[in-house]
Design a protein around this ligand. Structure first.
Ligand code: URA
Length: 433
């Protein structure tokens, strides 16, 4: 078999066979197929697409290009959640203890933040003592005993995706539905869970800017996950506005704790309830309406909060910070951003707000940058709110003396003001099963 013929076949619009797809993934992973041929094939796929059979074979081949996690000991109880990434997106910190408190088993590997979006591992590391690296046996024992564990990515999971994603990033082939689907779903398949809920974000702070694009991706990921034998649901949720009010690592942990203690009833709680209900409905094989009731009870009874506490303690975290979030260190500077005018906030560019939080030290511009766990933004006004000139829009927390000026410019450039109350956009566009 020759890579040249595979590229030519796809360039001419024909579906690739299973043998051809597996030949490509194996050869690219082991280095016998060079970058220039792999990038030519990615570009041919970008223009010609792939049918569902091709995508499911590609996904499976990538999932098996390295190690895989075996969760078969948990039967149908194994569960996972994935978000396509957003600003202020701390849903994992809430959804995972909620579903674990209802009997699901979650052995989760999460990423770090880069650019305008944060990562769950960084958020958890803001809790003193929390250990994000664990050996495989300890990880599995914790999942068995506590119901959940969240660690950083380690080992040799989906090496084909690591190489291909880096290549796509520099060859203008990231935004291809077959390639995104196989990239995300191969990682989920390799991570082993039987039930998967996807949070596909839509809007200015998301990878997918319109509901149509997000829907196309979500339908494809659900289809491919099911073809590969998993139970799937995808929630299309709004990311035109940051989720909740807190952006930044320790700040997001504090907000998540507020939701789990039943103190906060906002858009964040609503999205978490939808994600958790859809996931637990699959895990326990119960109607969605029953799952919704159980999820609310798990939060309102304190069971989910107790599960969070148990989990953090099992993973070495200092639970005094969970019991009393005021113990988290404060930034040296707390800076108020004031409204330049009267009016309604018509729109917020969530990506620009995420970038303002990075300027304050809450995120990374480059992979090796350090993070200031206390830094970030607390929003006081969101889309649809009326503000008076001079009224507080948000609070910045930082140790960087010169950062508030430039971050304030960025933040204000992200807001659009108007004289009319804007039409409300849905928080959840659709759930796809
Ligand atoms: N996220 C991924 O993991 N892969 C993609 O291709 C795009 C977003």
């Amino acid at each position: 078999m020759r890579m040249y013929d595979i590229i030519e076949k796809k360039r001419n619009g024909y579906p690739l066979s299973e043998e051809e797809i597996r030949f490509f993934i194996q050869g690219y992973t082991d280095g016998t197929i060079p970058d220039y041929q792999a990038s030519a094939l990615c570009m041919a796929i970008y223009f010609r697409g792939m049918d569902d059979k091709e995508i499911s074979i590609l996904t499976d081949a990538m999932a098996h290009s390295g190690d895989t996690v075996d969760l078969s000991r948990f039967g149908n109880l194994s569960a996972d959640k994935h978000s396509t990434g957003g600003v202020g997106d701390k849903t994992s910190l809430i959804v995972i203890p909620v579903v674990a408190s209802l009997g699901a088993k979650l052995a989760k590997m999460s990423g770090r933040g880069l650019g305008h979006t944060g990562g769950t591992v960084d958020k958890l590391e803001s809790i003193p003592g929390y250990e994000t690296a664990m050996d495989g046996d300890t990880f599995m024992r914790q999942v068995e005993e506590v119901g959940l564990a969240i660690v950083g990515q380690s080992g040799n999971l989906t090496p084909a995706d690591k190489k291909l994603y880096a290549l796509r990033d520099v060859t203008a082939t990231v935004d291809s539905i077959p390639l995104i689907t196989s990239s995300i779903m191969s990682k989920k398949l390799a991570a082993g869970a039987h039930n998967i809920v996807l949070d596909v974000k839509v809007g200015s702070g998301a990878f997918m800017k319109t509901p149509q694009q997000a829907r196309e991706l979500a339908v494809k990921m659900v289809t491919i996950g099911k073809l590969c034998g998993r139970n799937m649901a995808a929630v299309l949720s709004n990311m035109d506005v940051p989720l909740g009010t807190h952006i930044g690592n320790a700040l997001e942990v504090k907000e998540a704790l507020g939701v789990l203690r039943g103190e906060i009833h906002n858009d964040l709680r609503e999205v978490c309830e939808v994600l958790a209900s859809n996931l637990i409905a699959m895990v326990l094989d119960i109607p969605l309406e029953d799952a919704e009731v159980r999820v609310k009870e798990a939060i309102d009874s304190g069971a989910a909060y107790q599960k969070m506490r148990e989990w953090i303690e099992a993973q070495g975290g200092d639970v005094r910070y969970i019991d009393d979030p005021s113990l988290f260190p404060n930034s040296k500077i707390c800076y108020q951003v004031l409204s330049p005018r009267d009016g309604y906030i018509e729109a917020m560019d969530a990506e620009a707000i995420g970038l303002a939080s990075v300027m304050l030290g809450a995120g990374r511009e480059r992979k090796e940058d350090p993070i200031d766990y206390a830094a970030g933004i607390v929003l006081c006004k969101k889309v649809g709110d009326y503000v008076r000139g001079g009224e507080r829009l948000c609070l910045f927390y930082t140790d960087r003396e010169n950062a508030p000026d430039s971050a304030e410019k960025k933040y204000l450039s992200a807001l659009t003001f108007g004289d009319e109350k804007p039409l409300e956009k849905p928080l959840i566009y659709e759930v796809i099963h």
